[in-house]
Design a protein around this ligand. Structure first.
Ligand code: APR
Length: 181
């Protein structure tokens, strides 16, 4: 799908750490010091340079850690990317609507990526793993936000979905948004 600004939005199935892109987005936590899921995979495959850069951020601008919905760039280490943009998704809550925080992850990650001059940005499905966000709703928020804000210099936003169910949910959400026009 192409946005009015000419940004191509694509869905792929796979492991985000094997993607080639200017920016690979990490579903981090506020400590910026690693974790499981995407976070663990990025640090494992990206190598210690990434953690070292995160530690420097904690020792300087982000002494208290990265807030939910914020994003910050570091080296991509050994990954086939120029930068990793770390963002902290909201934990799912059935009693509190945190959708705006999840949308902020995509908006802020695109802003940081664009500021770095990135043309291609690869996203995981933020918050839909350990943080428990329902995949269908996570897909809708992700796609709606990206279709709304993605703009040059970014030319491609790629959602890298780890399993068939995630891919199917994103495909369905994208088709629904395309049908809305
Ligand atoms: N490539 C692409 N997608 C992946 C990969 C991978 N290598 N590994 C996991 N995923 C998918 C998950 O299946 C899920 O759909 O990414 C989505 C996000 O899952 P998590 O990585 O668990 O991230 P999140 O739900 O945002 O939770 C963040 O988990 O890893 C910790 O440190 C992290 O505390 C933070 C929390």
């Amino acid at each position: 799908m192409r946005t009015p600004e000419g940004v191509t939005v694509t869905l792929v199935r796979g492991d985000i750490t094997r993607q080639s892109a200017d920016v690979i987005v990490n579903a981090a936590n506020s400590s910026l010091l690693g974790g499981g899921g995407v976070d663990g995979a990025i640090h494992r495959r990206g190598g210690p340079e990434i953690l070292a850069a995160c530690r420097e951020l904690r020792a300087s601008r982000y002494g208290k850690g990265l807030r939910t919905g914020q994003a910050v760039a570091t080296t991509a280490g050994a990954l086939d990317a120029q930068w990793v943009v770390h963002t902290v998704g909201p934990v799912w809550s059935s009693s509190e609507d945190r959708s705006a925080l999840l949308a902020s992850c995509y908006r802020e990650s695109l802003r940081v990526a664009a500021e770095s001059g990135a043309r291609t940005v690869a996203f995981p499905a933020i918050s839909t793993g350990i943080y428990g966000w329902p995949m269908d709703d996570g897909a809708r928020i992700a796609l709606r936000t990206v279709l709304e804000v993605a703009a040059p210099p970014v030319t491609e936003v790629r959602f890298v979905l780890f399993d068939a169910q995630a891919y199917a949910e994103f495909e369905e959400a994208l088709e629904a948004l395309e049908a809305q026009g």
